[in-house]
Design a protein around this ligand. Structure first.
Ligand code: GCV
Length: 676
């Protein structure tokens, strides 16, 4: 049983008889990627490398600086041979995996050139030193495992247990397989540890842990992947014994310079730091009266001499909300904190911005920072782990949502190509310092992910970073072809039908029409309509007997709409032009409002929740037909997940429908059962 798409058993029938040739006279010892590529061929694929070009079926043609981008590869056929060309080993490695993908997904290898659209393609792990993972739903960490646990109980509080001795898991086989998975879709950066850096996790930047981090960096380097670490802003106090962590304090600056020097001695190509500051109780520059630019630049200057990067998150909303005041709005926080700092960040600082203004919800508009920032490096952040998207229990192929987000047009009048994925490149100081990042979703689960089908999201995220124009459906077909190699076309079509509609289905039975956070507090799985309502950090639906939704207009609401370009702002300001799936994100509306779909708001809520349940029930029935054509373990695990999903969809359906029936007093016009 193996649901990785790059698994040698699946691949052998496509590549088994190939003989490889490198047109490089000799391989330099420091060309770690080149050495890895040879290992991939000899040990992983079990194929041959020849010294005689005429004996080869696949030729690696190194051509130094032919291509503008060192990641670009070109695959083509000539005289019955397949040529992979690129500037160097990294391009060759990408080309090698791409060739496997093309063959397995029955695409042409006649003439295929590919260059990544995003420079940084990153997975952020929220793994903790005791082996737990914040918002991890696939078992314990693959990096940390001293406590020898394989599961990751979802505690909802995320404290970290003390670890005596070596906290690292040292499961080299697992790490190599993971690095291969990432490289095969072009991921080139990972951050190892949770952005909430707690307990002993603070010490990952110093020995004895640092030398073990360096070992991990060695593994990932072979696959062209740079390693980053999340840091605790208060490290100068915790590690350095200083009385302050004020970024303008000379001793604090020296502390970070020394830390960087120590890290680069052990990891010469270390990527840099990922920083969550002044957010959800984490410390940051505000507590010293400093701006986020001052905080980030101080670190940037410490790491700059080594070509390191500071990835600074804009997920800052420490402002406690007062439920009496309807103009405070969590959606405004990132913009209000960071837009005024545009142009003040150093060239090696990147702002990592969640795709939406709130927090990885099922339906959110694009963050208005994209397009509004004009002189700041930016990355867009996603969450593969599915915290608000079904915890890798419910089938949720999220790539359609991401595809949509990276193609939203910001309509900024001064920008050439308005789509968010291009805007972040166009408005950054240095295109090399831009990209996409996502919170990772793997763990020690035998399937890598909780629901085996959730691995498609990791695959899809990587593919989408590389090719911003790829469609979610094409990506899914590729993944199915590579993963369910033994299954027949009908089986693959059934799985495709389930997965390709699953994101919409999940949205249907979840919080309605752009409302978020109707989830069980802390855990974020399952329905709780008022779980976070009038919470200290926000109010998300404001439902009462007259209507529902958050008024974020300038005319009568929180004024959030004004952060967008004039065209987008006026679109969202007006109910008539706001898309249905965001209508309650921007407007507080009476239940009788007629939406663009021709139905009333209340009827749409009922219809979507009934349909979401119906679809989940059909998924289960469809899946049950596949038992004989799938690996037994994968079949059983997905089946178990689908049973839980059905129960979840049922709870969402009934609780949401009943809640809104009681609020509105309006019956379902189709007469279906709604509990009183
Ligand atoms: C790592 C959400 C999650 C937190 C997470 C935070 C973040 O609020 O619930 O667990 O913390 O996002 O992105 O920093």
């Amino acid at each position: 049983m193996n649901n990785t798409w790059v698994n040698e058993d699946n691949i052998s029938s496509f590549m088994g008889n190939d003989v490889f040739y490198f047109n490089q006279a000799r391989i330099e010892i420091q060309d770690t990627i080149g050495l890895r590529l040879r290992k991939e061929i000899l040990e992983w694929l079990n194929c041959e490398i020849t010294y005689e070009q005429q004996d080869a079926t696949i030729i690696f043609n190194y051509c130094n600086s032919k291509f503008k981008n060192d990641d670009t590869y070109h695959i083509y056929q000539t005289k019955g041979k397949t040529i992979i060309e690129g500037n160097g080993s990294k391009a060759m490695l990408y080309g090698f995996y791409a060739l496997i993908r093309l063959r397995m997904s029955h695409q042409s290898e006649q003439d295929y050139t590919s260059t990544p659209d995003q420079s940084i393609r990153m997975i952020d792990h929220w793994d903790q030193i005791d082996g737990s993972i914040e918002r991890g739903y696939a078992g314990a960490s693959i990096f940390f495992g001293a406590l020898n646990k394989l599961d990751n109980p979802d505690r909802g509080d995320f404290g970290v247990d003390r670890v005596d001795g070596d906290p690292f898991r040292h499961n080299q086989e697992k790490l190599i397989t993971y690095a291969r998975m990432l490289a095969s879709v072009g991921i080139n950066a990972i951050s190892l540890n949770n952005v909430n850096v707690r307990g002993q996790g603070t010490n990952l930047i110093i020995d004895p842990y640092l030398s073990e981090v360096a070992e991990l960096a060695d593994t990932f380097r072979q696959f062209g992947i740079k390693l980053f670490l999340s840091i605790n802003w208060e490290s100068p106090k915790h590690i350095g014994g200083l009385a302050t962590s004020d970024p303008l304090d000379e001793n604090v600056k020296k502390f970070w310079k020394d830390i960087c020097q120590g890290i680069y001695k052990e990891i010469p190509d270390f990527g840099g730091f990922l920083v969550k500051a002044d957010s959800e109780g984490e410390p940051g520059p505000y507590q010293y009266g400093r701006t986020h630019a001052e905080g980030a630049n101080m670190l940037a200057r410490a790491i700059g001499p080594y070509q390191g990067t500071i990835i600074w998150r804009t997920f800052v909303y420490n402002s406690k909300q007062d439920w009496r005041d309807r103009r405070t709005d969590r959606a405004k926080a990132a913009f209000e904190n960071f837009k005024p700092l545009d142009g003040q960040f150093d060239k090696n600082v990147i702002l990592q911005i969640k795709f939406g203004p709130i927090d990885f919800q099922t339906s959110e508009p694009l963050s208005p920072l994209f397009g509004a920032l004009k002189q700041t490096n930016q990355m867009m952040e996603f969450e593969i782990s599915a915290e608000y998207l079904g915890h890798q229990i419910d089938v949720n192929y999220v790539v359609p949502q991401w595809q949509h987000m990276i193609n939203v047009n910001t309509k900024q009048p001064d920008l050439k190509d308005g789509t968010s994925s291009q805007v972040l490149r166009e408005t950054s100081l240095n295109v090399e310092n831009t990209g996409f990042a996502a919170v990772g979703n793997v763990g020690m689960s035998p399937f890598w992910t909780g629901n085996p089908l959730a691995l498609a999201n990791l695959y899809g995220f990587g593919r989408l970073c590389w090719d911003n124009r790829a469609t979610a459906n094409d990506i899914l077909k590729e993944w199915l072809d590579q993963t369910f190699v033994e299954s027949n076309a009908t089986t693959k079509r059934s799985i495709f039908n389930i997965m390709s509609t699953s994101n919409e289905t999940y949205r249907m039975y979840n919080a309605p029409l752009g409302v978020g956070f109707m989830v069980v507090p802390h855990f974020h799985y399952g329905v709780s309509v008022n779980g976070y309502e009038y919470d200290r950090w926000g109010t998300y639906h404001f439902a009462d007997r007259n209507g529902v939704g958050v008024d974020r207009t300038q005319a009568t609401g929180s004024g959030f709409t004004k952060f967008y370009s004039p065209k987008v702002a006026s679109q969202y300001e007006n109910v008539e032009t706001t898309p249905d799936d965001l209508v309650l994100f921007f407007h507080h509306l009476p239940y009788t409002t007629v939406l663009k779909n021709g139905e009333t708001l209340i009827q749409t809520i009922y219809d979507q929740h009934f349909e979401g349940y119906e679809r989940s029930s059909n998924y289960l029935k469809e899946w049950q037909k596949l038992s004989t054509d799938l690996d037994k373990n994968i079949y059983e695990k997905v089946l178990q997940c689908l049973h839980k999903q059905l129960q979840n969809a049922l709870e969402w359906r009934d609780q949401v429908n009943t809640y809104f029936y009681r609020m509105s007093g309006i019956k379902d016009k189709r007469g279906r059962k709604i509990y009183q």
